[in-house]
Design a binder for this molecule. Structure first.
Ligand SMILES: [Zn+2]
Length: 291
């Protein structure tokens, strides 16, 4: 909830204003610009299905939204008035128990690792569908399009993503092509990575899948990691099955996260090496069960 952005908050506000005005209860003197996408799907983070003409409106009072707040941390739902200013939530007043006629408000989800191109949709369409399921932001590696179109493809993703209020943080793809045996459409070397890391909207070096290369001291790979480190940017990891001293050496190369752990022992080894662990549990991978 605290990382609500201007655009997301404006999305809530714009939509709430619409709902309120349609009932003739309030005029909006400083009405924010309408935000495409979020306005269509209802306020971001609403637990309900996309809003329809019959959905209950958010109650505006006048700077706060009144709704049933889904408190994820405390695992409870209560009626609340949420106040914001300049796109940031300032205060939440608890109003009592859950109100059966009020809509629901909950923080948006952030997908910590996704390749948007794998959905076969451009970022704007991905965003339109993801927000309906409560996801308002992603950390995205555009290495699929980079394998086809290189830097130009990543730039296209950035340009398209800029057209939606959905927040997408892109990385510079570290392993294009994924292996030397591929006949990819492009090769991203250190120079291309430097270019991408200097591009607004690119915030990290994305998954370093060539972990044997890291452990073998591959100069090209270490050059890409060094380029991110020089800018103070994080380096995302991908090292399935790595444990013990090998996991420690991989982390020591400057890689700070991993999303490939499939056993508890592997995750604990990487945690001991100082890495952050992302646990995947969904249709693509089921890593949450402790083994
Ligand atoms: Zn991966």
């Amino acid at each position: 909830m605290h990382d609500t952005t201007d655009k997301q908050a404006n999305g809530i506000q714009a939509n709430s204003m619409d709902a309120f005005e349609s009932e003739g209860r309030v005029s909006a003197p400083d009405r924010p610009e309408r935000v495409e996408g979020l306005a269509e799907t209802g306020a971001c983070g609403s637990t309900s299905a996309p809003r329809t003409a019959n959905s209950p409106p958010f109650r505006l009072n006048p700077n706060g939204i009144e709704a049933n707040l889904v408190d994820i941390a405390a695992k409870r739902i209560f009626a609340a008035r949420v106040f914001w200013s300049a796109g940031v939530i300032e205060r939440i007043d608890e109003l009592g128990g859950e109100h059966p006629d009020w809509p629901y408000l909950m923080p948006g989800l952030v997908d910590a690792h996704v390749h948007i191109e794998s959905s076969l949709l451009p970022p704007t369409e991905f965003a339109r569908l993801a927000v309906r399921h409560g996801t308002v932001a992603t950390v995205s590696d555009p290495h699929e399009i980079a394998n086809v179109l290189g830097v130009e493809g990543v730039r296209w993703m950035l340009g398209n993503a800029a057209k939606t209020p959905f927040q997408i943080l892109f990385g510079a793809p570290s392993c294009v092509p994924a292996t030397g045996f591929e006949t990819a459409g492009a090769v991203l070397g250190v120079a291309e990575i430097e270019t991408l890391l200097a591009t607004p909207g690119v915030g990290y070096l994305s998954e370093v899948m060539n972990f044997p290369g890291v452990l073998a001291g591959d100069a090209d790979l270490l050059g890409k990691i060094a380029a991110a480190k020089r800018r103070g940017l994080p380096v995302d990891g991908h090292a399935p099955g790595l444990s013990g001293a090998a996991a420690a050496a991989y982390a020591a190369a400057g890689i700070s996260s991993d999303h490939e752990c499939s056993t508890l022992a592997e995750a604990e080894d990487k945690l001991r090496a100082g890495m952050m662990i992302l646990i995947r549990e969904g249709s693509a991978a089921r890593n949450f069960a402790v083994r």
